[in-house]
Design a binder for this molecule. Sequence first.
Ligand SMILES: NC(=O)c1ccc[n+]([C@@H]2O[C@H](COP(=O)([O-])OP(=O)(O)OC[C@H]3O[C@@H](n4cnc5c(N)ncnc54)[C@H](OP(=O)(O)O)[C@@H]3O)[C@@H](O)[C@H]2O)c1
Length: 341
Amino acid sequence: MTIRAAIFGGSGYGGSELLRILLFHPDVEIAFVTANEHAGKRVGEVHRNLLGLTDASFVPAPEDLGSTDVDVAFFALPHGQAMDLIPKLRPGVKAIDLSGDFRIDDPESFEKHYKLSHSATDLQKEFVYGLTETNRDAIREATYIANPGCFATATLLALAPMVKSGLLTGKIIVDAKTGSSGSGAKPASNTHHPQRSNSFYAYKPFTHQHVPEIAQHLGKVVVFENELIFMTHSLPVSRGIFASCYLETNLNLANEDLKHIYSNFYSDAFFVRLVDGSPDINWVKNTNFCDIGTFSNGKQIVVFSALDNLVKGAAGQAVQNMNLMFGLDEKTGLIFAGGNP
Ligand SMILES: NC(=O)c1ccc[n+]([C@@H]2O[C@H](COP(=O)([O-])OP(=O)(O)OC[C@H]3O[C@@H](n4cnc5c(N)ncnc54)[C@H](OP(=O)(O)O)[C@@H]3O)[C@@H](O)[C@H]2O)c1
């Protein structure tokens, strides 16, 4: 079967990565790809990395979504738009939303963190959280996927094995950094090159919208009672997330014990690589890998994770989820190496 896929918001960075992956996916045909300001332009004109690789042009979003002939729709739109569009899809069409619209179960928490009121709260219970490595069975059965945030993916993949182990005590401190493409393709003062290059700063202390998402999902991995402190910083790079997670355990763990916990948890996770030493965003850039490094000092643990915010943190994980939803091997169309360096 060829899967007919629609991409909403194909002219942005997330949409660009969906195109880069789906154009070469052996089981997918792109039915249409939408844009707003870029509607009417050719894909290769807007995403110059795709020049010569497709003849497709961006179209405005169809007026009558219910009659579009697609099997799956990806939404790479600003927060607040998928919640209006997904209810209009023909019943049975699968949807994968890269925005935050359906990641948080509690509507009050959603409104507080996204400064938006939700127009489709009744649909929330039909969404499955798309952190592939911890939620495969539910994703296989899902019609609607809330694809995780990029910071949330890096943090949850780093924390899930230790939270599941039941060995944690005290606070969990996550110190996470992102590249500028995390803010999307539209230029803004905080992503402008002269402001961002050679600079480093923290932002949204205690208020980042991924805090409730991370806490909620850890609570589904296991009863989660540890206090979580999560801080976000801006790196002077265009792609990549790096998370340093500081943890305490209730018994002494040797490095080998720690590595054993992670290798057990991720025994069937092709896209999680356990590395010796620190992971490095250079080696995951443009790939769907999340690299994790673990270190123990008795009861003090540090776990580092690195991924590409636009691939494992967005479009790559979305395609990994689509693969499971359509009964394919989750790696289909996603095995490509990054560059060196
Ligand atoms: N960037 C990341 O690292 C990342 C990671 C994980 C999740 N996400 C989430 O993925 C979503 C897309 O992010 P992005 O970085 O790709 O954003 P982006 O680069 O700003 O792209 C946004 C897309 O939405 C379209 N759009 C903007 N306003 C619109 C409107 N009023 N009506 C219809 N279409 C509109 C844009 O079309 P035009 O350009 O043609 O106007 C563009 O195609 C966001 O919800 C984001 O939070 C992003």
